[in-house]
Every structure is written in structure tokens, then in C-alpha cells.
Design a protein around this ligand. Structure first.
Ligand code: NAP
Length: 321
């Protein structure tokens, strides 16, 4: 029989680790299933593990490296007794309590873990182009977050890929820093809302490359240029840019919970906001997996705190009952 835990936290980004700090300090002895790195972008520690300087997380006036920040979160949680396992959850059964969790470890079918309550903080992934060099150059010119990294591109020429609201919003924001922003879109019309389009068209720092796709990202230590092809004329060109912002959408990591936890039409978990409870009593969600709007480390951490408090109160109510 697997051991029964009060609280299992699935995911170890800012949301999960903040939930771990708060629930450990509430003596719940949480177990964090931290995930395993994978070629499909799974990342224990979350998306900050893929960034370099983080300058907008309060409390670090000189900034801090993403991986160092996450190591600090983790050691703070461990200090209060949170336990960690580096393992990938492959399935869950939330249909009855205690909840059951299976991992990719070899087993005979019996669940690996049982939990009275679960906090889901599995995060989201930026959709990437799938080109060579793309992941290696994240934090070295390639970025998926203008709010986080725009500041590093003062007076530089950069490109943004995508034609949706994110791409246009990021491009417009980036003109505060960059000398020129080229939006590269695979069609000849934008998907973004009209008002955002008009704002971008009126901005003389923004140029558009229509019907165009990036087919190579060049550079070793730092991004140096990108190769672009016009998908109508097949004409090829090279754009010397020091920054490349990929804004072609996000995908929440919710496959694991399909059919068990309610999601919106884009797959983000639905919570009873402002509470973090889901449609299954005893299961809570925090961080990017339930946040389509803000997607910041600090908002994820804040919701992780809420989830820990909600889980603690729910467990107390169960005990009282
Ligand atoms: P999105 O609306 O799905 O747009 C993704 C864009 O990326 C599309 O233009 C798409 O091209 C392009 N794209 C997708 N895959 C690509 C690929 N492999 N190569 C090149 N281009 C590719 O995603 P989003 O912009 O992240 O927005 C997501 C949601 O959040 C939307 O509902 C949006 O309205 C909302 N949002 C709102 C705001 C705001 O109101 N302030 C800001 C950001 C996001 P096609 O057009 O050809 O499909």
C-alpha cells in the first residue's frame, strides 16, 4: 500500500513551491512531485529554469538568475519539511478519496502515491517553433516573455513571431526599448483584435513581414540573426536581430487531468475564483495551469499561497467533520 499523504503538490514552479512553503509551515508535510525534464519542454522548477536574469520579481533589487530563484524557493520549502521527488506523474484518479497518483516508475499497477488533497501546479508551455537552436538560445536572445526580457533589448533590432493578441501586445510593449520591431506573421492578415492591430500599424517602430516564416535561428552564444522565407514567393532573407520573441500561443499542461478536472475551451483549469478549488473537492489549482491572463512568476507564487491556505482549510474541515 502506498503511504497516504495529507497533500501532494504536482509541479514545482513558483506556484507549486510557494504552495509547498505555506503548507509545510502549516505542518501538512507536503510532498512535491517535481517532474522530470523532457524534450517536449517539461521542466522541473518551471519556465524560470529556462530564463537568465529575472528583474521583476520583488525583493531582488539587483535581479536574480531564474534557476537560482527557483533553487531558493525549493530550499525555503525544504527548510520547513516539504519533501521532493523528481518524478513524472503519468496518471491520476480523482474519482474517489484518497486520490491516487501513478508515475513513470515501473510498478505493478498499484498507485505510487495516495493523497487526501492535491494541488495542481503543472504550469504551461509556450508553443515553440521547433527549430534547432531555439531552446539553447532561450535567455540568449530568444524569449517567450516580453514583460520579462524586453528591458534587455534597449536600442536593438528585434523580431516578434505571431499574429495574435500576444504577438501584437508584446511587439507594442517592446517598442519602449527596441529601436525597431519586426513582426513576422505567416499570413497576410492579423488574428489580433482590431484595436491592437491599429495601435501596431500606427507605431512607426513596428514593421511587418507578411506571409513569412522563420526557418533558421542563427548564433552560438547569442542570437545573431534569423532566416526567413516568404511562403508565397519562396523568397529567402536573413534578418540581423539580437532578439526574437516567440508569441505563437501557450498550452497549459493539463492532459493528465482530462475528463476529471474542468477546463475552459483552451485547456486551462477552471477554479472557483478567487478560491483555488476545482470541480473536485480536495483538488486545488494554482499558477499558469489556471491562468491564461497574467502568467507571471509573482502571480503564480501568489496563487500558490492561496492554494495552500485553501487546502489547509479544506483538510481542517474534513477533520472536523
Ligand atoms: P493566438 O490567438 O492563438 O495566436 C497565435 C498566433 O500565432 C496566430 O497569429 C497564429 O497564426 C500564429 N502561429 C501559431 N502557430 C504558429 C507557428 N507554428 N508558426 C508561426 N505562427 C504561428 O494566441 P495568443 O496571441 O497567445 O492569444 C491567446 C489568447 O489570449 C487569445 O484569446 C487572445 O485574444 C488572448 N490575449 C489577449 C490579450 C489582450 O486582450 N490584451 C493579450 C494577449 C492574449 P494564424 O493567425 O495564422 O493562426
Amino acid at each position: 500500500m502506498p503511504a497516504l499523504h495529507n497533500l501532494i503538490i504536482i509541479g514545482s514552479g513558483p506556484a507549486g513551491l510557494t504552495a509547498a512553503i505555506y503548507s509545510a509551515r502549516a505542518a501538512l508535510e507536503p510532498l512535491v512531485l517535481a517532474g522530470e525534464p523532457s524534450s517536449t519542454g517539461d521542466q522541473p522548477g518551471g519556465q524560470l529554469m529556462l530564463t537568465t536574469d529575472v528583474e521583476n520579481f520583488p525583493g531582488f533589487p539587483k535581479g536574480i538568475m531564474g534557476p537560482e530563484l527557483m533553487a531558493n524557493f525549493r530550499s525555503q520549502a525544504e527548510r520547513f519539511g516539504a519533501k521532493f521527488e523528481t518524478t513524472k506523474v503519468t496518471s491520476v484518479d480523482l474519482s474517489q478519496r484518497p486520490f491516487k497518483i501513478w508515475t513513470d516508475r515501473p510498478h505493478d499497477g498499484e498507485a505510487d502515491y495516495e493523497a487526501k488533497s492535491i494541488i495542481v501546479s503543472t504550469g504551461a508551455k509556450s508553443v515553440m517553433l521547433g527549430l534547432d537552436n531555439e531552446t539553447e538560445l532561450i535567455g540568449r536572445g530568444v524569449s517567450t516573455c516580453a514583460t520579462c526580457d524586453g528591458f534587455f533589448f534597449k536600442d536593438q533590432e528585434i523580431a516578434v513571431i505571431g499574429g495574435g493578441d500576444s504577438a501584437i501586445e508584446e511587439a507594442t510593449f517592446l517598442t519602449k526599448f527596441a529601436s525597431k520591431v519586426t513582426i513576422i506573421h505567416r499570413r497576410d492578415e492579423l488574428r489580433a483584435s482590431k484595436i491592437m492591430q491599429e495601435r501596431a500599424f500606427a507605431n512607426d517602430k513596428i514593421e511587418f513581414l507578411w506571409d513569412s516564416e522563420v526557418h533558421a535561428i542563427n548564433g552560438t552564444e547569442q542570437l545573431e540573426s534569423i532566416d526567413v522565407v516568404n511562403n508565397k514567393t519562396q523568397e529567402k532573407s536573413t534578418l540581423a536581430v539580437t532578439g526574437l520573441f516567440i508569441a505563437i500561443g501557450h498550452r497549459p499542461n493539463t492532459d493528465l487531468f482530462k475528463g476529471q478536472l474542468d477546463t475552459n475551451d483552451k485547456g486551462y483549469l477552471l477554479t472557483n475564483s478567487p478560491a483555488t478549488s476545482t470541480n473536485v473537492a480536495g483538488v486545488f489549482a494554482c499558477g499558469d495551469v489556471q491562468d491564461e491572463t497574467y502568467r507571471q512568476a509573482i502571480t503564480a507564487a501568489g496563487s500558490g499561497c492561496s492554494a495552500a491556505i485553501d487546502a489547509e482549510r479544506w483538510l481542517e474541515d474534513q477533520h472536523d467533520a
